[in-house]
Design a protein around this ligand. Structure first.
Ligand code: MIG
Length: 799
């Protein structure tokens, strides 16, 4: 046990006793005897913000993470002075601040502790850089578990881990690599069925220790800046996460093609190679929506240029690809080649848009083009310029999406693989060094890219993918998990990382399917693709120097199986799109780890193989070679085996068969799943009939189905349709009720209903309480299908 005195010895300082406190409408401000100021602001009934100023003076209040339109406002606030504490009570919970040392505790209204400071806030002065290392430690409860922190390649449950956030290009990273491409300083704690969240909005290098150094202590600290964090109370993790996502923002809906299957490699060139690949997809009837151009499409790796030998007429090529149903996505890196004959470089130089070292010289570093300067994306004027650079690429040539890479920022052949600390940044007028701007550099680049692609692709929707990001960056871009490796362990990592990103507010994520470095066996490739079709972003990518990674490369068996699974993704697009809508509207993660799905069931707290896709699919990847199945955990409730409709009762672990052509997929009983016919790409076909798969349940279950025109912004003016289905199953009756909102006119008139698991023989059907002839519905008793008008409001099947 470390005592305060010992820590003070190590140079740590603490707030002393309370001198005074006061409060206005939403903020309670405390002053300590040694001049520390603590401001506690009530943002919502379940969210407080804490800021500490060691010398009584706060920094400018500025955040890249917080969405300027985030919902705030609360119903109730009471501030009372007690003998030993100041007590703040909202509608949802209580916060107590100790007068003796300003330590803080959070309690449910019943008095049950949620989380209490251990040492609480303390700091250490930084002689080298000025300012402080700001630190917080909190007591952890027995059985407490932790989740979150973005893309960390480690166990889903973070208990026992110590991790730091400093965006780093980690080629072929491994399990437990501490620093990766993204910084999401947000985690959730769960104990005694009480969930809460902490968002430490500090862009310096941050550190998190979850009972690693000391068994009952969780701490987080930063190498500079302010102790500035948000506390969010659940008790449901789902409420914690939606509150965090409200605070840091939600993206707009992507164009539906961005949810299709994408093929990528470093690199496809010249044009004939690109065409060869895309033609092969069509020839083999393997659905695909996008083809990617990696750095070799450029002239000497100069961003916004084309190598004319490889791509003599990019506009024609992009157009032809589009006619064949392929969107083109092109890579853009931050490094701008030092070359006075290169207009982007010249403009950047003339306008002083590049980052400079502390004493004035430009920040010079080597990346793919050779020696480069780097735009300061934290300067709004630079972002505006950068977004304008997309005019030709997007507006004229017709590229539909942009891929931002190397924006940690990565620099080759230097210690630390990034900019030195002294590099200066504008930070939107709050000038600072790279120590503070590093973790937001990639986010601000992606933001500028988003603005540009959106402007020149309008009225269509933009698609952006970035490697580096910071909390809140989900407003602008999707992401992938970077340079993974073609190993079984990386398949496991991909599963955990995407679930983790989903509970860190960044749902639009995927891994390089098959692995970026090295080459997968056909079996590994197949198993990875089976997982990948359930990830919000689904792309095969490889570094290319170890062999090919197109689905036909591994022989006919792999091709057949892969096609079957990609076809399944295309059939499930309306379901995935609905899950995306729930993410965009409500901040609900697209994948739900089991602990998020059912936190009351402690069996879920250490589970991470299985997850919920959308709301009603339970999926479990096969992560080992040569197996014919596996044991998996079924959350409570009943689940239909997707392949054969057998019903499984959850709350236990069970064996599931899964030879290579299969994988464990289950559907929640009562679910109504919207399905498209297989298409080779989004909008290939006019949907003439929509399928709904209805899974019988004794009891009730709600399902949703969101639709719009798949691209464009009409959905924001009511051009969408949201159908809510309510299923009620009885021993000899199934009732399906439908409510529809929105004015989008679907392209089809009918639903084809397929019933699963109905325990009685269907004898009669009623629509809006009138009996309809079974023949008129083309009822097929063997397949359990019937065709109904899409706008029914109530349907009864009676046995
Ligand atoms: O230093 O553009 O993560 O997806 O193919 C390598 C080439 C740079 C790293 C990315 C990878 C991309 C590759 N890039």
């Amino acid at each position: 046990m470390i005592t305060n005195t010992e820590l003070e010895h190590k140079g740590n300082l603490y707030p002393a006793g309370l001198v005074s406190f006061d409060h206005d409408q939403d903020t309670v401000s405390f002053l300590s005897k040694n001049g520390v100021r603590l401001n506690i602001t009530v943002l919502r009934d379940n969210m407080l913000r804490f800021r500490y100023a060691t010398n009584g003076i706060f920094e400018d209040d500025f955040s890249y993470a917080v969405d300027k339109d985030h919902p705030h406002g609360f119903n109730h606030l009471k501030v009372e002075e007690h003998e030993t504490h100041v007590v703040i009570t909202t509608e949802k919970f209580i916060c107590k601040v100790a007068k003796v040392d300003l330590r803080v505790g959070m309690y449910e209204l019943t008095g049950k502790p949620i989380v209490e400071d251990e040492l609480g806030f303390h700091w250490e002065e930084s002689f080298e850089f000025g300012g402080n290392f700001v630190k917080m430690s909190k007591a952890s409860k027995d059985q407490e578990n932790f989740f979150g922190l973005g893309d960390k390649p480690t166990n889903f449950n973070l208990k026992g881990k110590r991790l730091s956030l400093w965006n780093t290009d980690q080629y072929a990273y491994g399990k437990d690599t501490a620093e990766l491409y993204k910084a999401v300083p947000y985690y959730m704690g769960l104990h005694n069925n009480i969930g809460y969240g902490i968002f430490f909005d500090n862009t310096f290098k941050t550190h998190f220790d979850f009972c690693h150094e000391r068994r009952n202590v969780t701490s987080f600290w930063a190498d500079g800046g302010e102790m500035n964090y948000y506390f969010i109370y659940g008790p449901q993790l789902s409420d914690v996460l939606t509150t965090y996502t409200d605070l840091t923002g939600k993206p707009e809906l992507p164009p539906m093609w961005a949810l299709g299957f994408h093929q990528c490699k470093w690199s496809y060139y010249p044009e004939s190679k690109v065409k060869e690949i895309t033609s092969k997809f069509r020839e083999l009837n393997f659905p695909c929506d996008a083809i990617y151009l990696d750095i070799d499409y450029m002239e000497g790796f100069r961003c916004f240029t084309w190598n004319n030998d490889y791509f003599p007429d990019p506009k024609r090529m992009v157009q032809e690809l589009e006619e064949d149903g392929f969107k083109t996505v092109a890579i853009i890196d931050p490094g701008i080649k030092i070359d006075l004959d290169y207009s982007v470089f010249k403009e950047g130089l003339e306008n002083d848009y590049f980052c400079r070292r502390a004493d004035g010289p430009y920040m010079r570093g080597k990346v793919w083009p050779g020696e480069c300067y780097f735009p300061d994306f934290t300067n709004p004027e630079v972002r505006e310029w950068w977004s304008g650079l997309y005019r030709e690429l997007i507006g004229e040539i017709g590229v539909k999406g942009v891929w931002n890479d190397m924006n940690e920022p990565a620099v080759m052949e230097v210690p630390g693989k990034t900019f030195p600390f002294d590099v200066r940044h504008d930070y939107d007028g709050h000038k600072c060094s790279h120590r503070k701007a590093h973790n937001v550099y990639g986010m601000q680049m992606a933001r500028a890219t988003y603005e540009g692609v959106k402007k020149y692709n309008f009225p269509k929707r933009p698609f952006i993918i970035t490697r580096a990001n910071y909390s809140g960056g989900q407003r602008y871009t999707s992401t992938w998990t970077g340079d993974n490796v073609a190993t079984w362990e990386h398949l496991w990592l991909a599963n955990v990382q995407i679930q983790r990103l989903c509970v860190s507010g960044m749902s639009f994520a995927g891994s390089d399917i098959g692995g970026f470095a090295e080459q997968p066996s056909g079996e590994l490739y197949t198993r990875w693709l089976q997982l990948g079709i359930f990830h919000p972003f689904c792309r095969v990518h490889s570094s290319g120097d170890h062999g090919e990674q197109e689905p036909w490369f591994f022989g006919d068996d792999v091709l057949e199986i892969s096609r079957k699974f990609v076809e399944l993704r295309y059939q499930l697009l309306p379901y995935l799109y609905t899950a995306f809508y729930k993410y965009v509207e409500e901040g609900m993660p697209i994948l739900k780890p089991l602990v998020y799905h059912d936190q009351e069931d402690v069996q879920t707290h250490y589970r991470s193989d299985e997850f919920i896709f959308g709301n009603q699919f339970l999926v479990c990847p096969i992560q080992e070679p040569n197996v014919q199945g596996r044991r998996m955990y079924f959350p409570r409730g009943k689940w239909y085996n997707f392949w054969n409709d057998t019903l499984v009762t959850g709350g236990r672990e069970m064996w599931v068969d899964a030879p290579l052509e299969s994988m464990p997929i289950f559907v929640k009983e009562g679910a109504i799943i919207p399905k498209y016919p297989v298409q080779q790409y989004v909008d290939e076909k006019k949907i003439e009939q929509m399928s709904l798969d209805i899974y019988y349940k004794l009891g009730k279950e709600n399902s949703e189905f969101y639709e719009d025109s798949h691209d464009g912004y009409e959905y924001r003016q009511g051009g969408f349709s949201l159908r809510t289905f309510k299923l009620t199953g009885k021993d000899d009756e199934v009732i399906v009720q439908q409510h529809k909102h929105g004015k989008y006119a679907s392209t089809y008139d009918t639903f084809k209903l397929t019933f699963h698991g109905v325990p009685f023989e269907i004898r009669k059907v009623f629509f809006e309480n009138e009996e309809v002839n079974l023949e008129d519905l083309q009822y097929n008793a063997e397949d359990q299908t019937m065709i109904v008008s899409k706008d029914f409001s109530e349907l009864h099947l009676v046995g």
